[in-house]
Design a protein around this ligand. Sequence first.
Ligand code: ADP
Length: 208
Amino acid sequence: MELSKRQEEIIEIVKANAPITGEHIAEKLHLARATLRPDLAILTMAGFLDARPRVGYFFTGKTGSELLTEKIKQFKVYEYQSIPIVVKESVSVYEAISTMFLEDVGTLFVVDDKSHLCGVLSRKDLLRATIGQKDLNQIPVHIIMTRMPNITICRKEDLLIDVAKILIEKQIDGVPVVKDTQDGFEVIGRVTKTTITKAFVELTMDKR
Ligand code: ADP
């Protein structure tokens, strides 16, 4: 986050005089205590300052980039996951390609009769299946998909940064967010490279 000139000044005052009360910071800046209240609240919430009741303000010693890193490490999958697009394992490659275009996604998740996750279809899986094939309506996707138990999954409480590392490590574009059921995984969301890009951009907009 970008600090205002006054916020920078407050940090310098606290660094040199800690512990120091809000009253005393205001005096040093020749301002009213009430005028400073929003700045002190922002600096405390952002983690630059620590406020101890009846003692005063301390400087936490954390730099902007350390605080940013801490913030990123707290992002949870459920805050960013998007809607998953699923197809049944009996649908044809032709139908899966149509679904991918209509839904505007790069990865489809495949489910069985009980709606449990059983496969993943990427763009290249479908492209590969089209090479040399005459009738794409005749090939069911379960023949060409990457199947369980080789599917990398995540859960909604997982940290987004851990999923980002998995995407890089496994060289895949996305993972399904699943809920554990008695006899399989229910697909409840998806995290893709786009999800990570969105989280990255959001950081610069100070929404959080
Ligand atoms: P593309 O092949 O279109 O570049 P990916 O890099 O996501 O897309 O896929 C590469 C391969 O990994 C494909 O064969 C795909 O089926 C498989 N794959 C994609 N996502 C997963 C996943 N979450 N778990 C396991 N395999 C996956």
